[in-house]
Write a protein that binds this ligand. Sequence first.
Ligand SMILES: *Cc1c(COP(=O)(O)O)cnc(C)c1O
Length: 457
Amino acid sequence: MTEFTKIVLTERDMPTHWYNINADLPAAGVEMFPPLHPGTGEPIGPADLAPLFPMALIAQEVSAERYIEIPDQVQEIYKLWRPSPLYRARRWEAALDTPAKIYYKYEGVSPAGSHKPNTAVPQAYYNMKEGVTRLTTETGAGQWGSALSFAAQMFGIECKVYMVKVSYDLKPYRRILMETWGASVIPSPSNQTNSGRTILAQDPDSSGSLGIAISEAVEEAATRDDTKYALGSVLNHVMLHQTVIGQEVMKQLEVAGADWPDVMVGCIGGGSNFAGFTFPFIRENMVNGKQTRFVAVEPSAAPSTTKGVYAYDYGDTGKMAPIVKMYTLGHDFVPAPIHAGGLRYHGMSPQVSALKEAGLIDAVSTTQRAIFDAGVNFTQAEGILPAPETNHAIWGAMQEALACKESGESKTIVFNLSGHGHFDLASYDAYLKGELVDYEYPKEQIEESLAHLPQVG
Ligand SMILES: *Cc1c(COP(=O)(O)O)cnc(C)c1O
C-alpha cells in the first residue's frame, strides 16, 4: 500500500465547539490583565464595547467557558472549505534530507485563501443575529477585508472596507475580489470620516496606514446605529474562532497514526492563526502533561514578541482602541514595508503574549530574504505557493527539520500553512529578480516609540 499524502476528514468530523483557552490559563498560572478604556485608563465594561461589537462577541471576549458551541449556520458555511486538509510533506522531507516527519495544515483552501474566514463568518453571523445591517473594517493588502466581504455576503450584510491607500493603488486584485463579493472599498485616508479628513487636511497625498484605516472604520461604526466594526486578529474572540484549526489537526494526526507533535510552528502578526492552530495542543501541555514545543515566528522588521516589551499599550495608532497588556513595539511604531503585510502590527494578542510571558511558547524572528528562501524551497517540493506571512512558519519548520538532520533525530514537526500567495506574486517576482530587501531589527525606532507607552496599569 502506498503511504498517504494528506488526511481529509469528513464534514461529520468537524469540531462542534470552539476551545476557549481562558478557561485553562488560571490553573496553569498564566495571568491575564483586563483591557482598559483608552480615554480614562479604567477597566473596560461591556457597555464601552457595545457601540462597536455585538453582545455575543463581547460575551465571548470575556467568557471563562471552556467550550463554546459553534452555531449551525456557521458550521454550514464552514463546510464550504472545512475540514481543511493536513498534509505529510514527504517531498519536502526528501528535499531537505531530514529524518524529521513534517506535517502541515493547509488553510489556503478557504474562499479568501487564508484562515481569516474562520472568524469572519461567525463575526458576520452574530452581527446579523443582533440586527446589524452594516459592517466596517480596515484592510492593508486585503486579506482580512476579503474574508469579511465574503462572510458579510453570506449573511446579507453590507460591508465597507477602508483599504490603506497605497495598497488600494498598487494591489488591485484583492480589491476586485472584495467588490465581487459585494463590498464597497474606500481608499484610506478618505473624506468620509473626521479622522480621514483631518489627515487629508495635513497631507492631501497621504498614502495611508493601517492605524488610520482602523480609526476611520471604528469612527463610522461608533457614529451609526446600524453599523458595527469587525477586527480580524488580536482579540480573544478571534483566537477562539480559529481553534477549529488545531482541533482538526489533533484528529487528523490521530487518523494518520502520527506521533504526538514534538514541535508546532506558526507565524504571528496579531497571533490568530498561531493561536487557533496551537491552543488545543497547549491545553494538552497545561492539563495532560504533554511536552510539545510551540514556536511563533515573526519578522525582524516588526519583532513585537521577541524585541518588544510586555506592557499596556493602545491597540491602534489613533488611540481609539482599548489599551491592552501585550507584547508591543509601541502604538506609533511603523514597520518597514515588508511583503508580509499581515505581520506588520505593533502589538500581539494578549493571550499569545501571556503564554509567551509564562514561558509556555517560544518566539523567534527572521528577515525577509530568509523566509522567501524557505518558502520557495517548500513550493518547489510541495507545489503549494504560500503567502509571504506563511513563509515565516515555513522558515521556522525548516530550521527544526535541519536541526534534526544534524542530530539524526526523527522529530514530528507540524506547521500551519495559513494561506496561499496567489495575490502576492509581485513579492515572488521581486525575490526571483534578486530585488528583495532585508530589513534588520530597527532598534532605535523601537526605543523611540516605546517611550510613548500610556502610563497606566
Ligand atoms: C493575516 C494573515 C496572517 C497574520 O495574522 P494572524 O492573526 O497572526 O494569524 C498570517 N497568514 C496569513 C495568510 C494571513 O492572511
